[in-house]
Design a binder for this molecule. Structure first.
Ligand SMILES: Nc1ncnc2c1ncn2[C@@H]1O[C@H](COP(=O)(O)OP(=O)(O)O)[C@@H](O)[C@H]1O
Ligand SMILES: [Mg+2]
Length: 214
């Protein structure tokens, strides 16, 4: 089943970042987007995840153009079906790591999975305030928070940027197992070529175009 279909996207800030970018995401897909710093990877991910409106082109989620959707439907989709793991982690700073997971638990009505916490190796700092955690710990809490929500599509911008390579591999494995078991999919932006090639498809944003290289 098709989860996301982007057609002929173009976007310009000070200069044109990209034009005529199209991308399809199906159940079980794991897609990596690589490219030089400043090429527009984060901007593209913001457009695909409904945070930013493209200048030209269209984005369909679950078969429906997001510009033609009612606000109510779009809110429902954002709340239940999209999981965002971005550089600014969007964790609630006044709360402990565990309380952040509880928010996801309440909003999604899914139980917090203790095995997930074990696997991400964040059991020990669970009751500390998120501001007291290291960058890598915060990153893993935001991954646990998004997986607790159980979205159909995960959008992740450098999700392993603060992790050592062994932990990064474990996180990638977790994403792949999640996508397979929940019929979900992930679009991941990374500057790490080796990590990208663990995904089923790899695209490179270069010279304002998105080229498939795997
Ligand atoms: N909200 C914005 N307003 C103006 N310029 C922006 C904005 N977001 C990104 N840019 C510019 O767009 C270019 C691409 O940024 P970005 O998408 O973050 O690239 P990447 O993630 O590939 O490093 C950069 O030159 C950046 O300064
Ligand atoms: Mg970026």
């Amino acid at each position: 089943m098709n989860l996301l279909s982007a057609k002929n996207l173009s976007h310009t800030f000070e200069y044109q970042l990209f034009s005529d970018v199209s991308l399809e995401l199906n159940e079980g897909d794991t897609i990596a987007i690589i490219g030089m710093s400043g090429s527009g990877k984060s901007t593209l991910l913001h457009i695909l995840s409904t945070l930013l409106k493209q200048d030209v082109g269209s984005v369909e989620l679950f078969g429906e153009d997001i510009e033609k959707m009612s606000q109510k439907k779009l809110s429902e989709i954002k709340r239940h079906d999209l999981g965002l793991i971005f550089q600014s982690h969007y964790l609630f700073n006044g709360f402990s790591a565990y309380e952040n997971l509880e928010v996801a638990e309440i909003l999604s009505q899914n139980r917090i999975d203790d095995a997930l916490i074990e696997r991400l190796n964040i059991k020990e700092p669970m009751h500390q305030k998120v501001t007291q955690l290291s960058g890598g710990q915060q990153q893993r809490v935001s991954i646990a928070r998004v997986l607790t929500k159980q979205p159909r599509i995960i959008f992740a911008d450098e999700p392993t940027g603060n992790l050592d390579s062994e932990t990064a591999d474990e996180v990638m494995q977790l994403f792949f197992e999640y996508c397979e078991s929940k019929k979900a999919a992930i679009i991941l932006v990374t500057h790490d070529n080796a990590l990208a090639h663990k995904c089923s498809k790899v695209y490179k944003l270069e010279d304002k175009k998105l080229h498939q290289i795997k």
